[in-house]
Design a protein around this ligand. Sequence first.
Ligand code: HEM
Length: 168
Amino acid sequence: MEFQVEVLEQSFKAILPKEEAFAAAFYDRLFAAHPEVKRLFSGVDMGGQSAKLVGALAVVVENLRRPEVLEPVLRKLGKQHAGYGVKPAHYDAVGAALLGTLAAFLGSRWTSEVKTAWGMAYGAISSLMLQGATAGAAGNPAAGPPERAVSQGPRNSPKSLQTPLLRL
Ligand code: HEM
């Protein structure tokens, strides 16, 4: 994965002080454009979910320079999402809502450079998540190269893979 790390970090930093409003606006935008997605979240505490969304984005942005950490986490997250009933087309819906919300919150800071950086980052994130989803659906446990999984040691235990995503 090649990212425009500084551009992403700077723009994400501008969002963080408004993270609750950001998350609420993101879900409003997603559900307005794609009401069919709402059923996936039935019974989900949306307050907690908003924190997870922004927390997950924070972890992704923080770890952009460490793809060896990020990639297995995203594959695993994608596999979990397949279990929630998330389909590939939903990733486009979420991507559009995310970029639209970023544009709304960043205002004049939403330059074409920032837009391209987020578009590419979301594309890479969602394709890794979808790889994980496919690996799971095919009954293939290798959501990533097995030798890498082993060499990562404790980071790869299912529990610790989730921990950093949920801690923030
Ligand atoms: C960049 C892409 C995405 C990221 C980083 C992300 C992040 C997360 C995280 C961290 C969780 C919590 C996992 C857990 O509690 O174990 C979660 C749950 C969930 N996500 Fe996503 N997600 C993404 C894309 C999507 C998409 C495309 C959909 C479909 C509309 C979706 C729907 C859900 C649902 C339904 C849950 C489960 C909520 C629950 O049952 O508590 N996510 N997501």
